[in-house]
Design a protein around this ligand. Structure first.
Ligand SMILES: N[C@@H](Cc1ccc(O)cc1)C(=O)O
Length: 443
């Protein structure tokens, strides 16, 4: 099943820079401990975290020990990397960071649990199932270090010219706002994490996004000064993926696409990937799924022959939804996709559609009394499918009002139980693409 880890992550496009490729190759002849940090600036993981997280996953499922580290301490300081301005004090407030850290830990744990199940399905894993990684919080080893101790162990080894030469610092020093001393020390805090994990857990590899290069090197420097230059440690970064339209990957009309199903429904998550461009879909299939490369190549051939069928996009949406929401999530998202975009509803399961669209304004659950006692046009108006009753009537006369893909011709049309799909759903459509899904409540 296994392709060599390093060649696999490289050919999938998951690697941007490696501080010492020879050392990495040598280290990977044995099982290693690897870490990746993430600051609790948000309370949940979003699609933008997937790239470094999948890189970490590749190490994890091949039996290396990986540690996602939540930055309970670093989050209070705020990483200046890639930022032209300091974070505001509100977003750095203690209680906010602590709450975010707790939620992020749960979010990361869930990501790995689901991801491992996905990996086991894709790789036909046999034998004992893979355990979820232990998630750490850097507050654990930072909170009791006194200022004097920090200055005397870490500070003495930090070279000012190296620190001033980091991209994150140069960028800010040349800006009008400048940089606070607190932010300037961020690289030392992250460096201290690498050093601590190296001494306490034998961790020799740190992974991060490409904007983390300087911070990761700071750790490598510190290890070399404190533990000796002969110590073999490696910094590894993943690329920052920019979409073909030049945007940062992970936003849908300006909003983050979350991995948490209560923040972004499995259906919206699925649709985000189904809407990927022809240019981006192949890259994302390689970077973010665990499908074997030959299966991806075969799909891409098929895609090239008939791009309008969007096989690459649908495969990507299926795989990522499986990775993040499991097989139930895929089934639900596909059911909702069918409800909103297909001509044929055979086999549709009401429960799946309802689960996938929970929280979506297009889904409205109704009691029997409402559903069967009001004319459909009135329901459409009350639930905002059409702006007014007269607009609804106009749509009927211009043959643009549909219920379960049947044209509604009578403005007084009332739903009957026998009209419902799977005993519960009426999919009402105004014109080409506006939908209202009325679902009979099960209560
Ligand atoms: N600086 C990283 C997060 C991080 C925190 C602590 C670490 O030890 C490593 C990484 C970021 O902002 O994304």
């Amino acid at each position: 099943m296994e392709v060599d880890l390093l060649s696999d992550v490289k050919r999938r496009g998951l690697i941007s820079q490696i501080s010492s490729p020879e050392t990495l190759e040598k280290l990977l002849k044995e099982k290693q401990t690897i870490y990746m940090g993430i600051d609790p600036t948000a309370h949940a993981l979003h699609v933008g975290h997937l790239l470094p997280a999948m890189c970490l996953m590749h190490f994890h499922i091949r039996g290396h020990t990986v540690h996602p580290v939540i930055g309970g301490a670093t989050g209070l300081v705020g990483d200046p990397s890639g930022r032209t301005k300091a974070r505001d004090t509100d977003s750095l407030a203690d209680d906010r960071i602590e709450q975010n850290a707790q939620k992020l830990t749960a979010s990361m744990d869930l990501f790995f649990r689901k991801g491992i199940q996905y990996a086991e399905r894709r790789w036909n894993h046999e034998g004992e199932s893979i355990q979820a990684p232990e998630i750490l919080n850097n507050l654990a080893w930072t909170k009791d270090v006194s200022l004097l101790e920090f200055l005397r162990t870490v500070g003495v080894h930090a070279r000012m010219n190296t620190m001033l030469g980091r991209e994150s610092v140069k960028l800010r020093l040349s800006s009008e706002e400048g940089m606070s001393f607190t932010e300037f020390t961020y690289q030392l805090l992250q460096g201290y994490d690498f050093y601590k994990l190296f001494t306490d857990r034998g961790c020799r590899i740190q992974i991060g996004g490409s904007d983390q290069w300087g911070n990761i090197l700071a750790g490598q420097d510190l290890i070399s000064r404190l533990a000796g230059p002969e110590q073999e440690v490696v910094c590894l970064t993943t690329p920052l993926f920019t979409t073909s339209s030049g945007e940062k990957f992970g936003k849908s009309s300006g909003n983050a696409v979350w991995l948490d199903g209560t923040l972004t429904s499995p259906f919206d998550f699925y649709q985000f990937f189904a809407r990927t461009t022809d240019e981006d879909a192949p890259k994302l299939l390689k970077m973010l799924t665990l499908l074997p490369m030959d299966k991806i190549e075969a799909t891409l051939e098929e895609h090239k022959a008939a791009p309008e069928r969007r096989v690459a996009q649908y495969l990507l949406a299926d795989e990522l939804t499986d990775l993040v929401h499991g097989v139930d999530g895929v089934r639900q998202a596909q059911a909702a996709t069918k409800a909103l975009f297909a001509k044929d509803y055979t086999g549709i399961k009401a429960e799946d559609v309802i689960d996938a669209l929970r929280g979506d304004p297009r889904l409205v659950c109704c009691l029997e009394s409402e559903l069967f006692d009001k004319p459909l046009l009135r329901l459409a108006h009350e639930h905002h499918l059409v702006p007014s009753m007269s607009a609804a009537r106009n749509l009927v006369s211009s043959r643009g009002f549909y219920m379960n893909n049947r044209r509604v011709e009578d403005t007084g049309f009332m739903l009957q139980r026998s009209d419902l799909l799977d005993g519960r759903l009426a999919i009402v459509r105004a014109g080409k693409g506006n939908h209202l899904i009325l679902a009979l409540s099960d209560a």
